[in-house]
Design a protein around this ligand. Structure first.
Ligand code: AMP
Ligand code: ZN
Ligand code: FE
Ligand code: FE
Length: 282
């Protein structure tokens, strides 16, 4: 079985529609694909119904913007009830912060000499889950940069003229909300570019023992082979579910081909078991 548990559609910052993503999953010979758009469930109904039509199991997922000791980290949720009021209220708060920061980013870029307005950015976003990749697309459209990669490197990453932080749920609270909604909580790319400093082995152990964190993403394009092997061993010692995923964003990110990293069937089965036990809906 080929199982990719972390992908994005253009409902957040991917470039395929949810249906288009499912068609790509068929081409990539995936049996299971999880749609994990940032801070929104808005693409899930379309993806699930396309999955039924085209014979791919679509897992309902989300990638929640969280905060660990002041550092932004991403928490994947699987199988949570998408109508859960508390979880939806929190996601709405994150999306509000996403929208509010676009104006500030554009102000800072304008001060740095670029001609860009928040309306240019909102015009390129398909839902309220708007982010820096949409600012990047606006900069590409205006000819300031060649692609999203250059936009991040020159203008949008931390330390660049257009950087503005956004709100994220405190990590233990995010885990609790996902699990209370029947879902499974797994930290995305824990030892990737940004979060490696804050998500130490010790802190991951604390999240497991004190907050019942379900698992960690191990095989991910941002983890090199040595990182994967260290994280796999640590995850085994701590009793974590260990997943693998592409973090596919369509043409928005070039190192993340659909199916380039996969999850083992045993991990997927355990996610199914926990969702069932918690009353969620995979
Ligand atoms: P935001 O959610 O607005 O803070 O933007 C972060 C998103 O931008 C993440 O989901 C990344 O996938 C994406 N991203 C970060 N760096 C890059 C990059 N160099 N090129 C393309 N996308 C990126
Ligand atoms: Zn993204
Ligand atoms: Fe992420
Ligand atoms: Fe992602």
């Amino acid at each position: 079985m080929r199982i990719d548990l972390h992908t994005h559609s253009n409902i957040s910052d991917g470039t395929d529609t949810p249906t288009g993503l499912v068609l790509k999953a068929v081409q990539a010979k995936l049996d299971v694909v999880a749609l994990c758009d940032h801070d929104t469930f808005a693409g899930l109904d379309e993806a699930v119904s396309a999955g039924k039509r085209f014979g791919v199991k679509v897992v309902r997922g989300v990638e929640m913007s969280a905060n660990a000791n002041g550092v932004p980290v991403h928490l994947l949720g699987y199988g949570m009830n998408v109508n859960d009021p508390e979880l939806n209220a929190e996601l709405k708060k994150i999306r509000q912060s996403r929208r509010n920061r676009i104006g500030q980013i554009c102000t800072q870029l304008t001060e740095a000499g670029l001609d860009i307005d928040e309306a240019d950015v909102f015009a390129l976003a398909r839902s309220s889950s708007v982010g820096r990749p949409h600012v990047a697309d606006a900069l590409v459209a205006k000819g300031y940069v060649a692609d999203r990669g250059e936009a991040f490197a020159r203008w949008l990453s931390a330390g660049c003229p257009g950087y503005v932080a956004k709100y994220g749920t405190e990590l233990p609270q995010a885990i609790r909300l996902l699990q209370a909604a029947g879902g499974v909580a797994i930290i995305a790319h824990p030892w990737g570019r940004k979060s490696v400093e804050v998500l130490t082995g010790e802190y991951l152990e604390y999240l497991k023992t004190q907050h019942n964190l379900d698992g960690v993403e191990v095989d991910h394009p941002e983890h090199d082979q040595q990182t994967r092997s260290l994280l796999f061993d640590l995850g085994g010692r701590l009793g974590f579910l260990r997943t693998g995923s592409s973090d596919y964003h369509g043409s928005g990110k070039t190192d993340n081909d659909l199916g380039c990293c996969l999850s083992r069937v045993s991990a997927y089965r355990e996610i199914e078991r926990r969702v069932k036990m918690r009353g969620g809906q995979l």
